[in-house]
Design a protein around this ligand. Structure first.
Ligand code: GLN
Length: 252
């Protein structure tokens, strides 16, 4: 290993409950891209019944998507950690949250039956499912995310499937080029706040978007080791071809 002394610790929340459309692939991509750079990736799962995690001990916390029923099952457990999660966000631990998890970091999620599932209230946005359960934002989605330097503007490709319509976003993750985003026909997608990326994009997100994966890796390494990490480029020629093909298909 190139940097055997370097390690990123990843907390994977509710892997047995929140795992839609290959969300676990995001963890695998992070591990792969870290190990290729000689950085050790330690992944620790947490789910209901496990010992209380110390969120501040991690460099990155990941949580995936889940249907309404799954969200209602875990919300009570998640809300127990409201203060420690809030503190970890404030301290700069990186959070990558997909779909169902994105919704639960806001004020609440009102599901398709009108039941309110309380959120962590860490951010001011809130989500309400559209009443007609047949109406969902489903399909391929592409957004233009303007990430801090050196990554800059990048097209992020994914797949969305949500009935939830998210309101009150002041700092979106990206501008919608194709698909819906936070609500039906929205121009904005997701939520971005310094060390938090919350998005409706499944994919897995990071396998389709290596620039985003490397943005997150660099952000975490820079913070942990107080350096300006220069990530060795990886051979992404195959994924680059796939991205080109998808973007051409979407006429973007
Ligand atoms: N249950 C949520 C919704 O339908 C989240 C779905 C998901 O995570 N894909 O809006």
């Amino acid at each position: 290993m190139e940097n055997p002394e370097k390690e990123l610790k990843i907390l994977y929340l509710y892997p047995d409950i929140l795992e839609l459309y290959g969300d676990f692939g995001n963890i695998q991509v992070l591990k792969y891209r870290l190990e290729k750079r000689g950085v050790k990736a330690t992944i620790e799962p947490y789910s209901i019944g496990d010992a209380t995690p110390n969120f501040n001990n991690y460099d990155l916390v990941f949580a995936g998507g889940g249907a309404d029923q799954e969200q209602s099952i875990l919300a009570t457990d998640l809300v127990k950690y409201k203060n420690s999660i809030k503190e970890a966000v404030k301290n700069g631990v990186f959070f990558l949250l997909i779909c169902g998890a994105y919704q639960l970091f806001g004020k609440y999620y009102k599901d398709v039956n009108g039941t309110i599932i309380p959120g962590l209230e860490i951010f001011d946005y809130y989500t309400e499912a559209i009443e007609d359960r047949k109406k969902r934002c489903i399909g391929n989605i592409v957004i233009e995310a303007n990430l801090p330097a050196p990554t800059g503007s990048t097209k992020v490709i994914g797949f969305e499937n949500h009935g939830g319509q998210t309101y009150g976003i002041t700092t979106p993750f990206g501008k919608v080029l194709k698909g819906n985003g936070n609500k039906f026909g929205d121009t904005e997608e997701g939520f971005f706040h310094k060390n938090v990326i919350a998005t409706y994009l499944h994919g897995p997100l990071l396998s389709k978007n290596p620039a985003l994966a490397d943005y997150i890796i660099k952000h975490c390494l820079d913070r942990k080791y107080n350096i300006d990490t220069q990530l060795e480029p990886l051979n992404d020629s195959f994924i680059d071809k796939c991205r080109k093909q998808l973007l051409t298909r979407f006429e973007l």
